[in-house]
Write a protein that binds this ligand. Structure first.
Ligand code: ADP
Ligand code: ASP
Ligand code: MG
Length: 402
């Protein structure tokens, strides 16, 4: 008996039947004597559908109005889920993000939670109610609705668990847990029993969207006991925690990120300060840059290539084109037809053989590597988007099949 926070994703509440299934699972936890707080996402593809609706009217709508719109999706699911629990006959109340006290910064469409004023939540729990909270949303200092970025309901759940000091934060989704790669297209992917915060954070940031990366960051910071499991069966799931009790595997997982674009600035004068000029122009506009590659100077010029999020491509090209003279570039090339494929594992530090093995897997699959980037815990390569599924499978099977 204790306090349990559960989170149910869009696929787990996609229709009436699924909502009733989730309601029964919540009631089971409640009937076992626990206090239960639940964070819920919008049903099925609701968020995508809302984005489409907005595009029909104004593809350049302000982020404030987008957040106003997108936050409605979660309001539908909290009320429906509360109704389902009422039907089973347990005390329940649904709360929007702002009713539940979620305060965020003012970055519309990608806000960070600054705190949760938990008074209302605690009052409802004192009344022995099951509390259903809308994920993904909060209120900024201007009293405007904000959303936490795609997949942000996971972060709502972890924030609730951290604030309320929950014994466990369960993330319910449409797969049995965290796998060695996305089981949707890697047939040999295996479920992990546990994974460290650091490894999970890296995988999530590199495209394994089974968890919102900020949820992992927060779980690590506040020592939240977290697990990922399926809402459709009773299987054990994957625990995300501080240290791995299992022996350290060299590579824990493979991730793919399609939301990547590559930009090359060619024929820049080979002189000090050029890279500084390019990247300060870009960072002034709050655009994040990832893998960076600079060629060795040739005939007094050099090339700089780097990646940005696909959604930032247009803006970045605009900045570069309008500053072509300042940068002193001959040509700016770009493509969004690329994917980043990464391997992650705390055990790969100082092991040179890991990179070789990864490149060998790609060579055997006849896949060309565009760019490479390494850190202590991961190696990423940029490949053609068309090749990315094969790349993930080839790398996965080389490292993770025994
Ligand atoms: P929810 O709606 O429950 O939040 P998501 O679609 O956000 O669900 O996340 C679950 C999906 O994450 C899975 O269906 C799976 O395709 C994908 N995924 C990507 N990488 C992994 C991985 N390493 N392990 C498990 N699932 C993964
Ligand atoms: N509904 C939001 C989304 O689709 C948040 C979430 O599902 O976590 O991104
Ligand atoms: Mg999700």
């Amino acid at each position: 008996m204790g306090l349990i926070v559960q989170k149910y994703g869009g696929s787990s509440v996609k229709d009436a039947e699924h909502v009733m299934n989730v309601a029964r699972r919540i009631v089971e936890t409640y009937d076992a004597g626990n206090d239960v707080v639940v964070a819920v996402s919008a049903q099925g593809d609701t968020t995508d559908d809302l984005i489409e609706k907005a595009k029909e009217i104004n593809p350049n709508a302000s982020k404030r109005e987008m957040d106003m719109l997108l936050a409605t999706g979660e309001q539908i699911s909290i009320s429906l889920l509360a109704m389902a629990i009422e039907k089973i006959g347990r005390p329940v109340i649904s709360l929007t993000g702002w009713q539940a006290g979620f305060k965020t910064d003012a970055v519309y469409s990608n806000a960070r939670i600054s705190r949760i004023d938990a008074e209302r939540l605690k009052n409802e729990l004192d009344k022995k109610k099951i509390v259903i909270v809308a994920g993904f949303q909060g209120l900024n200092k201007y009293d405007d609705i904000t959303t936490l970025g795609r997949g942000g309901s996971d972060t709502s759940a972890v924030a609730l668990a951290a604030t309320l000091g929950a014994d466990l934060c369960e993330i319910y989704t449409d797969v049995d847990g965290v796998y060695t790669a996305d089981p949707r297209f890697v047939k040999n992917a295996k479920k992990l029993d546990d994974i460290s915060y650091d490894e999970m954070l890296e995988l999530a940031s590199l495209g394994a969207n089974v968890l919102h990366n900020r949820s992992v960051e927060m779980a690590k910071k506040y020592h939240v006991n977290m697990c990922v499991r399926s809402s459709l069966n009773k299987n054990e799931g994957t625990f995300v925690k501080e240290v791995n009790k299992v022996e350290k595997m060299l590579v824990r997982g493979v991730a793919r990120d399609n939301d990547v674009a590559r930009i090359s600035i060619c024929g820049i004068e080979d002189a000090p300060g050029r890279a500084f000029t390019v990247f300060s122009l870009i960072s002034q506009k709050d655009i994040g840059v990832d893998v960076i590659l600079q060629s060795i100077g040739n005939n007094g010029t050099k090339d700089i290539s780097f990646t940005v999020k696909e959604s930032d491509l247009e803006k970045t090209i605009e900045i570069l084109e309008s500053n072509k003279e300042v940068i002193g570039a001959k040509e700016i090339k770009y493509t969004s037809d690329v994917s980043k494929v990464s391997i992650v594992g705390a055990g790969m530090v100082n092991n040179a053989g890991v990179a070789t093995k990864m490149f060998e897997a790609l060579y055997n699959a006849h896949i060309n590597i565009n760019m490479i980037s390494t850190s202590e815990i991961k190696i990423s390569v940029l490949v053609a988007q068309n090749d990315s599924e094969r790349a993930v499978n080839a790398i996965h099977d080389k490292f993770l099949l025994d």
